[in-house]
Design a protein around this ligand. Structure first.
Ligand SMILES: O=C[C@H](O)[C@H](O)[C@H](O)COP(=O)(O)O
Length: 228
């Protein structure tokens, strides 16, 4: 395991330590959340946790949960006790950019119902301001996507349709993603409103005011950050 992978796992174990038997747990998506799902499976198998139910934020996490023995249920209107997920950027106030793994919409729809959203990451995800390192993923309808991108480019120029190969990337919801370049200065809440008010947009990877705390692992230890 590389040093960075070891750090991601360390952060994940800290978050899973907050899960209590009987909890309904939002299962995040990505290379860091993977370690949390595996640890939940390990704890269930070892009898260190009982009766937890996972709610997956992607097909990939659902499949992993099955593999490691975490029982799951689809999202319903009941609150989740806790959700554990990674992030692409973490601002000092714990506002986040998420969605480089393509799961932003299911993550947001699920995690907004969590009493506690715990973010796990390695130290490379910390930024002074959102947009510093990562683009902002915006999920858009496939239908009319070029028109939607035109509308977005009017105030977010410089982004691009996510297209890793010959075809655009398709989300679990059957949509496309526009990876937007964020401006140097902006008001996150205002930008979120503006993007979501754009015809053809499903949702954005801005997670504002949602995370309760973050475990951020660095070579000299795991830092625990809480929302001010
Ligand atoms: O869509 C993916 C999610 O938002 C991930 O939580 C995010 O991309 C971080 O993933 P990773 O832990 O692989 O860096």
């Amino acid at each position: 395991m590389s040093d960075l992978e070891a750090l991601k796992k360390e952060a994940a174990l800290k978050a899973v330590a907050l899960v209590r038997s009987g909890d309904r747990v939002g299962l995040g998506t990505g290379s860091t959340a993977k370690y949390a799902i595996e640890e939940l499976g390990r704890k269930l198998a070892a009898g260190e946790l009982t009766g937890i139910i996972g709610v997956s934020t992607s097909e990939a996490s659902e499949q992993l949960a099955r593999q490691v023995g975490v029982p799951t249920e689809p999202l319903d209107p009941r609150p989740l006790d806790i959700a554990i997920d990674g992030a692409d950027e973490i601002a000092p106030n714990l506002d986040l950019v998420k969605g480089l793994g393509g799961a932003l919409v299911r993550e947001k729809v699920t995690e907004v119902q969590a009493r506690r959203l715990i973010i796990i990451a390695d130290h490379t995800k910390l930024v002074g301001q959102l947009g510093e390192k990562a683009p902002l993923p915006i999920e858009i309808l496939k239908f009319g996507f070029l028109s939607t991108i035109d509308r977005l480019r009017a105030f977010l120029p410089g982004g691009q349709l996510r297209q890793p190969g010959a075809q655009p990337y398709v989300t679990d919801n059957g949509n496309y993603i526009y990876d937007a370049r964020l401006p140097d200065t902006f008001d996150p809440a205002e930008l979120e409103r503006r993007i979501k008010g754009t015809l053809g947009v499903v949702d954005t990877g801005l997670f504002l005011g949602m995370a309760e705390r973050a475990f951020v692992a660095a070579p000299d230890g795991v830092q625990e950050l809480t929302r001010p």
